[in-house]
Design a protein around this ligand. Structure first.
Ligand SMILES: Cc1cc2nc3c(=O)[nH]c(=O)nc-3n(C[C@H](O)[C@H](O)[C@H](O)COP(=O)(O)OP(=O)(O)OC[C@H]3O[C@@H](n4cnc5c(N)ncnc54)[C@H](O)[C@@H]3O)c2cc1C
Ligand code: SF4
Length: 563
C-alpha cells in the first residue's frame, strides 16, 4: 500500500456526469481537488468519431461482432451502442455482476473519464413538488427532505452552465429554465402538437424535447450542426458532457488533479470521529494499492457502483459497510419503465422531408395524476418520440434489380410518428444490490448481486402508456395506429438510481437533505444513489443540481470548521 503524501482538500470519486460537476464546483470554490476515475483518459481528437462515415469503419458501423459478443454482451443491447461508441462502454467480462435466475437487470456502464455523460441521450427535465411531495402524500417509502424551492436555483445554475435548448411552457409540474431557443419541430410534429393541444383541452401537450445540446454558442462551445451520432462524441462540444464542459472548467482553475485508472475499492473511517479518513485505490494498470486522504469526499461513481463502494467498506465497526447504519445502502433501486407507446402513419406532406439529423425529439409531459386521480396507478409517465419518413432501409427486402430498384430506393416512404413512454418506478426495499459472497472483478474487488423487478404500479403505468399514445395519434389524424406494450427489463432505461436515499430520519435513510451521509459527515453521495423516488423525468439534471448544491454546502461547512 502506498500512502499519497499530497494534501488535498477534496476527493471526488468518479469523473462522469456528477463527478465532473463536483470537480467544477469544488475547484471553483477554491478546493484542491483530486478526482479518482477508474477508467482511462479521453482525448476528444482521437476518441470521438461522430464525423467518420460508417463505410470508413472496419465493420461498417456494426462493430467487431466476435469481440463485442465476447466482451460486451450486455452493453451491446443498448440502441446507442455501435462501432463508433463501443469503446465508451464497460467491458462486461472484467466487470461482472450477477442476478437471480429469471430476474435480469440491464446495467449499462461507462468506465472512462466522463463516464456515461459521453453516451447519454441528453434529455433534461426539472422536477416539481408534484414529484418531491409524492412519497409523503401517498405514504410510500420515505419523504424527500427537500422541496422544489431548495433545488430551483440550482437547476438555474446547472442549466445556464451546461446549456439547455427547449421551449418554455409554463407548466407548474415541469418548470421552465433559462433555455436556449428550442430545436424546430418538423411539419408532422407541428401538426400533431396543434391537434393534441386542441383535442385534449390543454390537459395534454407536446413540446420540443429539452435537451443539453446547444442551439447557440456558449462558453467556447459551438451550436449543434445536426450531424447525428452524438454517442460517438462531439468535437464541437455542442452537447454537454463532463469531458466537453465541466472537467475543462475544473482544469482551468489549476486546482484539479485528475487521476485516471484509479479504481476505488473502499473507504476507511476514523472510528473516533466517524469521518471518512481514507480512500483506498487500486491502480487499474499496475494493481498497486494507494491510499488518498482529504477533508471531504464526494462519492459520484454512479448509483450502483457507489453502493458497491459503500458496501465493500466493511470493518469490524461497520460490518454492513460505511454509512449504512440504516441498512438502506443498496436498497430501493429504481429505473423507469418503458417499451410502451404507439406509432401511426400520416398521409400528406409528401413534398417535405427531414433535413439533417436532429439529436432530439418531441416530449409529451406527464398528464396522469396531475389534476385528477387515475384509478389504476399512482404517479405517471411522459412520452418521447419523433416523426420521420423512412428511407431505403424500409425497402431493404423488396425484390428488384437494376435502375428500377435503385430509383425506388431513393424515394422516401410516408410520414410516420412514434410516441414512447417513460414511466415512474416506485421505490421498494426488496429491489436491492448486495455484495456477492465469492465473485470478484478483474482487480479482485467483490462484485454485486442485483435483484430488481417491476411492481404492479409500473406494469399498470406501462399498460396505460399504449392506450393514451394511440389516443393522441388518432386525435391527430394518424392512420394504422398501432399501440404496443413489450416486455422490458429493469435497468433498460439507463436511469438506475436510489441505492443510498436521502431522507429526514437517519434510521430510515442514508443521506440527509444536503446529500451528506448521516453516519460520516465529511462524505457526500450526489449521484443517482441519493434519489428517494424516481419521478418520470430523465434524472441527470436533478443529480447535477443536487451535486452543485451539496458542494456549496460542504465548502460552507468546511469554512465554519464543521467538517
Ligand atoms: C444510452 C444512455 C442514454 C441516457 N440518456 C439520458 C438522458 O437522455 N437523460 C438523462 O437524464 N440521463 C440519461 N442517461 C443516464 C445518465 O447517463 C446517467 O444518469 C448519468 O451519467 C449518471 O451520472 P453519474 O455521475 O452518476 O455516473 P457516470 O456518468 O456513469 O459516471 C460515473 C463515473 O465513475 C467511475 N467509477 C465507477 N466506479 C468507480 C470506482 N470504483 N472508482 C473510481 N471511479 C469509478 C466511472 O468510470 C464513471 O466515469 C443515459 C444513459 C445511457 C447509458
Ligand atoms: S451535439 Fe450536434 S454537433 Fe454534436 S455530435 Fe450531436 S448532432 Fe453532432
Amino acid at each position: 500500500m502506498q500512502a499519497d503524501a499530497r494534501d488535498y482538500d477534496a476527493i471526488v470519486i468518479g469523473s462522469g456526469m456528477t463527478g465532473g460537476y463536483a470537480a467544477k464546483e469544488l475547484t471553483e470554490l477554491g478546493l484542491r481537488t483530486l478526482v479518482l476515475e477508474a477508467g482511462r483518459p479521453i482525448v476528444p481528437a482521437e476518441d470521438y468519431s461522430e464525423h467518420r462515415p460508417v463505410w470508413e469503419m472496419p465493420f461498417r458501423g456494426r462493430g467487431d461482432r466476435q469481440y463485442v459478443i465476447k466482451r460486451q454482451a450486455m452493453q451491446r443491447s443498448s440502441v446507442s451502442f455501435d462501432e463508433g461508441s463501443h469503446q465508451f462502454w464497460t467491458d462486461d467480462i472484467d466487470n461482472p455482476y450477477t442476478t437471480p435466475e429469471g430476474k435480469p437487470f440491464q446495467w449499462f456502464r461507462a468506465r472512462q473519464v466522463g463516464g456515461k455523460s459521453i453516451i447519454w441521450g441528453r434529455q433534461v427535465y426539472r422536477w416539481s413538488d408534484l414529484d418531491f411531495e409524492a412519497n409523503a402524500h401517498e405514504g410510500i417509502a420515505v419523504d424527500w427532505p427537500i422541496r422544489y424551492r431548495d433545488i430551483g436555483p440550482w437547476y438555474d445554475r446547472v442549466e445556464s452552465f451546461i446549456g439547455v435548448s427547449g421551449k418554455r411552457e409554463r407548466l407548474a409540474h415541469l418548470p421552465d429554465g433559462p433555455f436556449q431557443p428550442p430545436m424546430p419541430m418538423n411539419c408532422v410534429e407541428t401538426h400533431v402538437a396543434d391537434r393534441i393541444r386542441s383535442s385534449f383541452r390543454g390537459e395534454r401537450l407536446m413540446t420540443m424535447g429539452r435537451v443539453a445540446v446547444l442551439t447557440a454558442p456558449l462558453n467556447g462551445r459551438s451550436a449543434c450542426h445536426y450531424c447525428g451520432p452524438c454517442q460517438r462524441g462531439c468535437i464541437t462540444r455542442s452537447y454537454f458532457s463532463a469531458v466537453n464542459a465541466t472537467l475543462p472548467a475544473a482544469e482551468a482553475t489549476g486546482r484539479m488533479t485528475l487521476r485516471p485508472f484509479s479504481i476505488v475499492r473502499h473507504l476507511t473511517v476514523d472510528p473516533s470521529s466517524g469521518k471518512v479518513s481514507g480512500v483506498h485505490v487500486i491502480d487499474a494498470r499496475t494493481r498497486v494499492s494507494h491510499e488518498f486522504r482529504a477533508r471531504v469526499v464526494f462519492l459520484c461513481a454512479s448509483a450502483i457502483e457507489s453502493a458497491r463502494i459503500l458496501l465493500n467498506s466493511r470493518t469490524a465497526q461497520h460490518p454492513e459497510g460505511v454509512a449504512n447504519s440504516s441498512g438502506q445502502v443498496g436498497r430501493n433501486i429504481m429505473d423507469h419503465i418503458k417499451n410502451a407507446g404507439a406509432n401511426g402513419r400520416f398521409d400528406g406532406w409528401t413534398d417535405r422531408r427531414v433535413v439533417g439529423d436532429r439529436p432530439n425529439g418531441i416530449y409529451v409531459p406527464r398528464f396522469r395524476n396531475v389534476s385528477s386521480r387515475h384509478a389504476d396507478f399512482v404517479r405517471g409517465y411522459a412520452f418521447q418520440g419523433s416523426a420521420s419518413r423512412p428511407g431505403w432501409q424500409s425497402r431493404i427486402q423488396e425484390p428488384g434489380i437494376g435502375v428500377a430498384l435503385k430509383q425506388k430506393l431513393t424515394e422516401l416512404g410516408p410520414w410516420t410518428m412514434n410516441l414512447n413512454g417513460y414511466g415512474e418506478m416506485l421505490p421498494r426495499e426488496e429491489n436491492r444490490c448486495t455484495v456477492h459472497p465469492t465473485m470478484v472483478d478483474a482487480w479482485g474487488i467483490p462484485v454485486l448481486h442485483i435483484e430488481c423487478s417491476w411492481g404492479a404500479n409500473e406494469l399498470a403505468i406501462q399498460k396505460d402508456m399504449a392506450v393514451t399514445a394511440a389516443e393522441m395519434l388518432e386525435a391527430a389524424g394518424a392512420k394504422q395506429v398501432q399501440p404496443h406494450t413489450n416486455a422490458t427489463t429493469p435497468g433498460g432505461a439507463n436511469h438506475e438510481m436510489g441505492t443510498a436515499r436521502m431522507g429526514r430520519d437517519r434510521r430510515t435513510s442514508v443521506l440527509n437533505g444536503w446529500n451528506q451521509a448521516w453516519d460520516a459527515p465529511n462524505l457526500f453521495v450526489t449521484d443517482g444513489a441519493c434519489m428517494t423516488s424516481s419521478a418520470n423525468q430523465n434524472p441527470s439534471l436533478t443529480y447535477m443540481a443536487l451535486t452543485a448544491r451539496a458542494c456549496h454546502y460542504a465548502v460552507e461547512q468546511l469554512k465554519r470548521g464543521n467538517l
